[in-house]
Design a binder for this molecule. Structure first.
Ligand SMILES: NC(=O)c1ccc[n+]([C@@H]2O[C@H](COP(=O)([O-])OP(=O)(O)OC[C@H]3O[C@@H](n4cnc5c(N)ncnc54)[C@H](OP(=O)(O)O)[C@@H]3O)[C@@H](O)[C@H]2O)c1
Length: 362
């Protein structure tokens, strides 16, 4: 079977290798999935560039000894995979084999959305995944939408309803408003009674977001480094009648996060969940001290790993309700085959794309 292999961390997508591999064998509790579509997400690019490895290397709680390899979770659990590995964080496919165990056997023959990731990612014709990370997809959901059913929906729903636990009649300010996840936040917030202010970097995105229920959209297209913060802060001040926002969600970082922090109202909460600008932010302690505000990080895998089975079932139920209201519907920008992986990654990372980029399997 064909697979995409990453041999070394790189920003040059041409270095990803299309290779031939044996079809993997599922172990107990695992399923073998024949892939139909896989999404390309920013997290996949982080795995290709080695950004997660660099981030984990800075920390001290995620290894048994400081000179040991870092992991995503305490006590060396879920270590960062070693190269070479097969990228691809999610996708949809058919379960064509299983290694035994009740759940794995129940999924046999079903179409499933899976959350995977290196070393055994979804950018290969067949992959093996823990049955607990495979969700049977209802027939009314199209294959392409099913390929994007887990990472962004789960993260956006979890951040809003669990981590921030948003209350009605409040304001939420988010960066990356036109991202797939940002649109989910807008739609769900409207249902939850939270008013949104979304920051985008192109004027033409304002109308799109207003159409799906955004209360206010701030374009920073004509801003420069000197005007960015004052432009955002003036508009947030005006929209909230001087109150500021109760919640912030940032996936960009750098100067944009610096501009958003002073917009938090008393006891406001900022959740940082992405680093698309690839730039660090300078946090002014008093931006947090004066309003008794807080800043917190979010990483879906580690957030979910701390949930009990009952909590996970409850999350799934809540997400299903939002899914039925169309909150997670995501437009497709383009679809590529596996051999065009470099082109696909360029399309997925170019500014102004119109939706998600997918890989299609034969
Ligand atoms: N922490 C977690 O567990 C977690 C889970 C899921 C997603 N995420 C993060 O959520 C974010 C959104 O993911 P997605 O799949 O929804 O992304 P996406 O659909 O690919 O959209 C990315 C958006 O970010 C904007 N953008 C990219 N670089 C930017 C920059 N330097 N400055 C300003 N805007 C920029 C793009 O603007 P244009 O439209 O103008 O090009 C685009 O609207 C990513 O950072 C991802 O890593 C995090």
């Amino acid at each position: 079977m064909k697979a995409i292999q990453l041999n070394q961390f790189t920003s040059n997508f041409n270095e990803l290798e299309l290779t031939e591999k044996e079809i993997p064998t599922p172990g107990k509790g695992q399923v073998l999935v024949k892939m139909l579509y896989s999404a390309i997400n920013p997290s996949d690019v982080n795995y290709i560039r080695g950004d997660y490895q660099v981030a984990l290397d800075r920390l001290i709680w995620n290894r048994t000894e400081l000179d040991k390899l870092p992991s995503f979770q305490p006590n060396g659990q879920h270590p960062h995979p070693q190269l070479p590995y097969i990228p691809g964080g999610e996708g949809v496919g058919i379960v064509v084999g299983n290694g035994g165990g009740l759940l794995a056997r129940q999924l046999q023959g079903k179409r499933v959305a899976i959350s995977a990731g290196p070393p055994m990612g979804t950018w290969q014709e067949y992959t093996v995944v823990d049955a607990k990370k495979a969700v049977a997809v209802p027939s009314e959901i199209h294959d392409q939408q099913a390929a994007m059913l887990l990472i962004n929906p789960l993260s956006s729903f979890g951040m809003l309803t669990d981590v921030l636990n948003v209350k009605r009649n409040t304001w939420l300010l988010q960066s990356g408003g036109a991202s797939a996840l940002g649109k989910m936040i807008i739609r769900m917030s409207a249902i939850l009674g939270v008013k949104t202010i979304s920051i985008v970097r192109r004027d033409e995105q304002i109308a799109d977001l207003r159409e799906i229920g955004a209360d206010k959209v701030i374009s920073i297209q004509s801003c420069n480094a000197e005007t960015l913060a004052s432009h955002i802060q003036q508009q947030v001040h005006q929209a909230t009648s001087g109150e500021g926002v109760h919640y912030g969600l940032d996936c960009i970082g750098g100067p944009l996060l610096e501009a958003m922090l002073p917009c938090l109202t008393l006891n406001g909460q900022m959740l940082v969940y992405g680093t698309l600008a690839k730039a660090d932010a300078q946090v002014f302690s008093r931006d947090l001290m004066m309003p008794c505000a807080s800043i917190q990080g979010f990483f879906a895998g580690n957030w979910l790993a701390q949930k009990s089975l009952i909590q996970k079932i409850s999350l799934m139920r809540g997400m299903k309700k939002m899914a039925l209201k169309g909150c997670f519907d995501t437009p497709i920008d383009s679809v590529f085959s596996l051999q065009d992986i470099a082109e696909a990654l360029h399309a997925a990372t170019k500014a102004g794309k119109t939706g998600k980029v997918l890989l299609k399997f034969p």
